[in-house]
Design a protein around this ligand. Structure first.
Ligand code: PLP
Length: 418
């Protein structure tokens, strides 16, 4: 309560903005993840990995726009590409070279993607991939995992009914549970069109899939004839070719999004040429902004020049080292504080050992999550409200030192609550 009150007292302009927004924006804003109590801090300026809010507080940005902000806020090569495009004019209801260039870069990197198509978001990419897989197999059912997130209309809680707000026949299995996956796949084998999985549950708390779990899903798809889709919207950053390349497990289709268009709106789905051939006439897929020139141009530079295989590997290793340091902080303080994830994506967990499956947080854990968020803001560090960090390329070693120190302070100052 005290942390919340202090947060509110220091941000009167954000509070006023929120009050005004509620008069016209349902829910106060249009993104569930940034709708938190008592009101969200409004960020109004960004530079590399720094942010400033409406009340003039400065932050180290470790939220990284939920992984879409990989390049930070002012990468000059992306800005140059965007300015060059703007000088030629915006969107011509036409094909263009930027679209082919970005498609070639993506097909060249992700082992499963022989052909690709673009959308405006990861959500749409998943909806289109599901559509393609159902048309290809002539089957209806989609196997998804509890705790999974594939977009606002494709949200699957750990317990209770599916929150997917779509009339699709989902069958649910437990994540990282080979027996559950096998039982659900076999019980629905005759009508199973899709196995849809995140190689790491991102929104679900940065819970990596065990490699043998993904290998089991690959085998189950082969056995049942279902199309295996890896949702790498968040995880594609973990190597030049995503988690699939890291592990050597190749799905039939892959969905992408987030950082790939250099921070512009983006989604993509792709896969085996025989499945994607459906789009040569049988399946419609329009979309006014699918190949918008800003996303295509920024994406070409982002993937072609900046986020090379070497840069991807270096970022992965930095994240691994950071997670080890943070886990050492919790261990040294003797408090239940751990950090899950892969590479440059991490989530704070208020339990030890670090969870290896999605779980429903206790009310106490929920409170600690909120407190952690407010304490980090107070220390000048902006994370996702749920405690997720997504490192961006401009983050420097000194920034990481600062974050580790802030986490150590949290472990010490809040020890009696942990
Ligand atoms: N899939 C995963 C794994 C995601 O994490 C997200 C977004 O967080 C999406 C899909 C949806 O992407 P978008 O927000 O671009 O619709």
């Amino acid at each position: 309560e005290a942390a919340r009150a202090q947060y509110a007292a220091r941000r009167p302009r954000s509070a006023a903005l929120h009050a005004g927004a509620l008069e016209v924006l349902a829910g106060g804003n249009t993104r569930t993840v940034i709708a938190y109590e008592p009101f969200p801090a409004a960020m109004v300026r960004g530079e590399d990995c720094r942010l400033w809010d409406l009340d003039d507080h400065a932050y180290l940005d470790l939220c990284g726009e939920y992984t879409a902000g990989l390049f930070g806020h002012s990468e000059p090569r992306i800005h140059d590409a965007l300015h060059a495009v703007l000088r030629r004019g915006i969107n011509f209801a036409s094909v263009g070279p930027g679209e082919e260039k970005l498609a070639r870069l993506i097909c060249g990197r992700f082992p499963s993607i022989e052909r690709v198509r673009f959308t405006n978001s990861g959500t749409e990419a998943n909806l289109m991939a599901l559509t393609a897989a159902r048309a290809f197999t002539g089957r209806a059912k989609i196997m998804a995992f509890r705790g999974g997130y594939h977009g606002g209309v494709l949200t699957f809680p750990i317990t209770g009914a599916s929150l997917a707000t779509l009339p699709l026949p989902f069958v649910m299995a437990d994540y990282n549970d080979n027996d559950s996956a096998a039982a659900v796949a076999r019980a629905n084998a005759a009508d199973l069109a899709v196995i849809l999985v995140e190689p790491m549950q991102g929104s679900g708390g940065c819970i990596p899939a065990r490699p043998d779990f993904l290998a089991t899903l690959r085998a189950l798809a082969d056995e049942t004839g279902a199309v295996l889709i890896f949702d790498e919207v968040m995880t594609s950053r973990h190597s030049a070719g995503g988690v699939q390349a890291r592990l050597g497990i190749t799905p039939d289709m892959t969905t992408l999004g987030k950082y790939i268009a250099g921070g512009m709106s983006f989604g993509a789905f792709g896969g085996r040429a025989d499945i994607m051939a459906l789009f040569g006439g049988k399946l419609p897929h329009a979309g006014t902004f699918n190949n918008n020139v800003l996303s295509m141009a920024a994406g070409g530079v982002a993937m072609g020049e900046i986020f090379t295989a070497e840069v991807a590997e270096a970022l992965y290793q930095r994240g691994e080292a950071l997670r080890a340091r943070l886990n050492a902080v919790g261990a040294a303080a003797g408090v239940p504080l751990s950090f899950t994830g892969i590479g440059s994506m991490l989530t704070a967990q208020f339990r030890i050992p670090a969870p290896d499956r999605p779980y429903v947080p206790t009310p106490g854990e929920e409170q600690l999550r909120e407190l952690f968020f407010f304490d980090m803001l107070e220390a000048g560090i902006y994370l996702a409200r749920r405690g997720m960090v997504a490192l961006s390329l401009p983050v420097a070693d000194a920034d990481l030192d600062r974050f580790v120190a802030a986490v150590a302070d949290f472990a010490e100052n809040r020890a009696e609550l942990l």
